[in-house]
Ligand binder design. Structure first.
Ligand SMILES: [Zn+2]
Length: 106
C-alpha cells in the first residue's frame, strides 16, 4: 500500500492507553498529536528460504524465474503485533524498537 492510499482509521476512546514510556496519558503534554506504534516480530521460514535458494541455484541464478516456479515465496511469518501509544514528548526521544515488543497495550 503506498502512502497516498492510506485510509484514515479513527481511534475510539476504548483504544486509548497510557504512554508506553512515561505511563502518563498520551495527551498530558497538551499537544493534539500522539503516536501509535504497531511492532511485530517476524520469524524466518528457514526451510522455505533454503528451498527457494536451491531452486534459484538450479535455475542458474534466475531469481525471477525461480519465484514463478516456487510453490511458495514466503520468507517469514509475522507474529501478532504489539500495539503501544506514545505521548508527543516521549516520541521525540530515541528508543530501541525492541523495547516495545511484548508490551501489548491492546
Ligand atoms: Zn510519554
Amino acid at each position: 500500500m503506498s502512502t497516498d492510499q492510506v485510509k484514515l482509521n479513527p481511534m475510539d476512546i476504548d483504544e486509548l492507553r497510557p504512554c508506553a514510556v512515561c505511563g502518563k496519558g498520551v495527551m498530558h503534554t497538551g499537544s493534539p498529536v500522539f503516536y501509535e506504534l504497531n511492532i511485530a516480530s517476524c520469524v524466518v521460514d528457514l526451510k522455505n528460504v533454503q528451498r527457494m535458494h536451491g531452486l534459484e541455484q538450479m535455475m542458474g541464478g534466475a531469481t525471477a524465474l525461480a519465484r514463478v516456479f516456487s510453490p511458495s515465496n514466503v520468507v517469514a511469518q509475522r507474529m501478532p503485533a504489539d500495539r503501544v501509544l506514545l505521548c508527543s514528548e516521549c516520541a521525540g526521544v530515541p528508543h530501541p524498537p525492541l523495547r516495545f515488543v511484548g508490551e501489548n497495550g491492546t
